[in-house]
Write a protein that binds this ligand. Structure first.
Ligand code: URA
Length: 280
């Protein structure tokens, strides 16, 4: 649900269910169940509607009588293994990234998604503004992947990936694509894209007539997995948060002719010159 504004103060309002995840108290599903159970009060009155608008500065919100307290902003980088979902709960009981991050101690949401079969760098935070900056295609934050294709790819196929391919939801932006090596039957590539559409890398490789056999996200902007062991997480440094938070909406084009993903025009968040090689 989009944010709206308080008519008198102009401050943004949020839905009641959203303030709990924003404060790091729990998921939106948790919040809905607390609200439905009558455990949440706004200015002393029980509110049963999760879509009730509240002004965090004016309204007093309590859960079981205890005031809602905003959690300090937390940002982590998880090296997600293959086979873990980027959702909170799976009705089928499959493992999720929350099984790996229980020790963080506060509620965090994933920034974008990685497919079940994709491993690599996943950011999680309770700072929704930061999450929106990093995930939104408007900010063009580069995301770098290493790909093992199921076949050998020729120069012409790689050039098509660089220029942008036609997908069912429209053409992709130019990408930085580097051939890492060719095995007997398969090409290993590194590709940096500035969107984050559903299964985008897999669909791009299919659009040039191959398939992804293995996919690892190695970097977001200049932030890399480096030597973090698979399944582990670490906090982002203040500098890393500042660099990604500084990524601004950009109308400049992403220049695929440079391996560093340099932009023409306004500078923004750059792809790493040499993204760390994961275990690939
Ligand atoms: N592109 C994909 O196809 N899958 C991912 O998980 C991420 C990017």
């Amino acid at each position: 649900m989009p944010e709206t504004g308080n008519r008198k103060t102009g401050r943004p309002l949020k839905t009641l269910e959203r303030v709990f995840s924003k404060a790091g108290s729990g998921s939106r599903t948790d919040a809905r169940s607390w609200i439905g159970a009558g455990r949440v009060r706004v200015n002393g009155k029980v509110v049963l509607n999760p879509d009730h608008w509240v002004d965090l500065e004016l309204d007093r919100i309590t859960l079981d009588g205890k005031p809602l307290q905003a959690a300090s902003k937390t940002y982590i980088l998880l090296y997600k293994p293959k086979g873990y979902l980027t959702t909170f709960r799976d009705p089928g009981g499959r493992p999720t990234v929350y099984d790996l991050t229980a020790g963080v101690g506060t509620w965090l949401s994933p920034v974008g998604r990685l497919d079940l079969d994709t491993s690599g760098l996943l950011l999680m935070t309770n700072d929704t503004t930061f999450g929106e900056i990093v995930a939104s295609p408007d900010h063009k934050v580069p995301k770098t992947y290493q790909i093992k294709a199921a076949t050998l790819l020729g120069d012409e196929q790689i050039e098509r990936l660089r220029q942008g391919v036609e997908l069912s939801d429209g053409p992709t932006r130019p990408a930085v694509v580097r051939r890492l090596r060719d095995g007997a039957k398969r090409t290993h590539l590194e590709m940096t894209i500035t969107e984050g559409r559903n299964r985008q890398v897999r669909r791009m490789i299919e659009a040039v007539g191959s398939k992804v056999q293995k996919l690892v996200r190695t970097a977001i902007g200049p932030i890399r997995i480096a030597d973090l062991p698979i399944g582990e997480w670490r906090k982002l440094t203040g500098e890393e948060v500042a660099v990604l938070s500084g990524a601004r909406p950009s109308t400049s084009s992403f220049d695929p002719s440079t391996s560093a993903g340099r932009r023409k025009g306004r500078s923004s968040c750059r792809a790493p010159k040499n993204p760390a090689a994961p275990r690939f």
